[in-house]
Ligand binder design. Structure first.
Ligand code: OGA
Ligand code: NI
Length: 363
């Protein structure tokens, strides 16, 4: 294996072969890179496949947040039923008129780009070992054990109930504190609409999931240009762990969603968020809203950044299907209950795209 400086020496078992892992950004910036190192290549092609654009008559739903917060009851109930349809049919939607100022969105993207521009030494202070570490920087998914590495660097921070953020670059912490504060309000409103759309009343999820101490994680995924995007992968097919994920991205496409067994390209809409259903929503809705599978593919021209904000229950909440969605005969509870913190640890201990977590397994 070629080693390109600077390299990250990851922790290895004493007897294991020493593996040197470079960030995707450093690799992409190394001169004369015309092909990817073999440990980034999947055996079957990744993005150069059959992914399609959504049909005109079955396109990714668009939800207008201003209607959801409207004081006009007809507008609100139409928005709630649109939300129900979006969650049930797609598990993903574009959110427009969300009220988060563009200036804050831009400041967040710029500040996180600035983090990835720090020296490897600076970033490596946050090389994480455990899923519940408050700040984790890394490459791939779990670079020390991934068989094939992903062309992706990432930073993950717990931003609620307690706010964590690296001290550098200057301004990052302020930008993220403001941005995540806005998203917290937005996500809670959305969850009220979703709770109502399940016939549970607007306050059910907030109360049952103990949202005052909700666990919220902000991540940034950096996908540098890749010389062979059809062989490497940004993030393979997976579902997210929380209730909802609200994703911001620069205007470079790459996200794909599984819909009706096909991979559909999610073309960015300027200033819109992409919202997707996640595992805890599937569990609490007793499978009415499925946690949608999605993945991120690469390109060979431009760096893509995506910034997902995951909102979940409080760490100690034991998530169970809502009683009203369980009825003895037709709709028995099909999920094993587990607290959210344990769920996160269990999910992280598995290979990214392999198998379901135990509480998604039918009883
Ligand atoms: C994720 C994710 C998609 C993207 O971080 O969980 O699905 O487009 N990201 O980067
Ligand atoms: Ni995801």
């Amino acid at each position: 294996m070629d080693t390109i400086s600077p390299v990250t020496q990851l922790h290895q078992e004493a007897s294991a072969p020493r593996l040197q892992i470079t960030s995707a950004k450093t690799l992409a910036e190394s001169s004369n890179l015309t092909s990817i190192p073999s440990h980034y290549a999947f055996t079957t092609p990744t993005s150069g496949d059959q992914a399609v654009h959504a049909d005109h008559d079955d396109s990714i739903p668009v939800i207008d947040f201003s209607l959801l917060s409207s004081s006009n009851p007809d507008q609100r109930s139409k928005a709630v039923s649109d939300l129900a349809k979006a969650c049930q049919d797609w598990g993903i939607f574009m959110l427009i008129n969300h009220g988060v100022p563009q200036s804050q969105m831009k400041a967040t993207v710029d500040a996180l780009m600035g983090f990835f521009d720090l020296t490897e030494e600076e970033k490596n202070k946050f090389l994480g070992k455990h899923v519940l570490d408050p700040i984790i920087y890394g490459t791939s998914f779990k670079a020390s054990i991934d068989k094939v590495l992903l062309w992706r660097d990432f930073l993950k921070m717990m931003v609620h109930p307690k706010f964590h953020c690296p001290p550098k670059p200057e301004g990052l912490s302020e930008a993220l504190a403001e941005y995540t504060g806005e998203l917290r309000k937005l996500a809670r409103e959305l969850l009220k609409g979703i709770s109502e759309s399940l016939g549970l009343g607007p306050g059910y999820i907030d109360k049952a999931m103990n949202m005052d101490s909700s666990l919220q994680i902000l991540a940034a995924n950096l996908y540098p240009p890749c010389p062979q995007p059809e062989l490497a992968m940004g993030l393979p097919s997976h579902s997210d762990y929380g209730l909802l994920t609200i994703l911001m991205q620069n205007d470079i496409g790459g996200l794909q969603v599984n819909h009706g067994g096909k991979w559909v390209k999610v073309d960015p809409i300027p200033n819109a968020f992409v919202v997707n259903t996640a595992d805890q929503l599937e569990i609490m809705s007793n499978g009415k809203y499925k946690s949608v599978l999605h993945r991120a593919v690469l390109n060979n021209k431009t760096t893509r950044i995506s910034i997902p904000f995951s909102i979940g229950p409080s760490p100690n909440t034991v998530v169970v299907p809502a009683e009203q969605l369980v009825d003895g005969k037709h709709n028995q509870a099909t999920y094993i209950s587990m607290n959210y913190k344990d769920y996160l640890e269990f999910k992280q201990s598995r290979v990214l795209n392999k198998g379901l977590c135990p509480n998604q397994v039918k009883i």
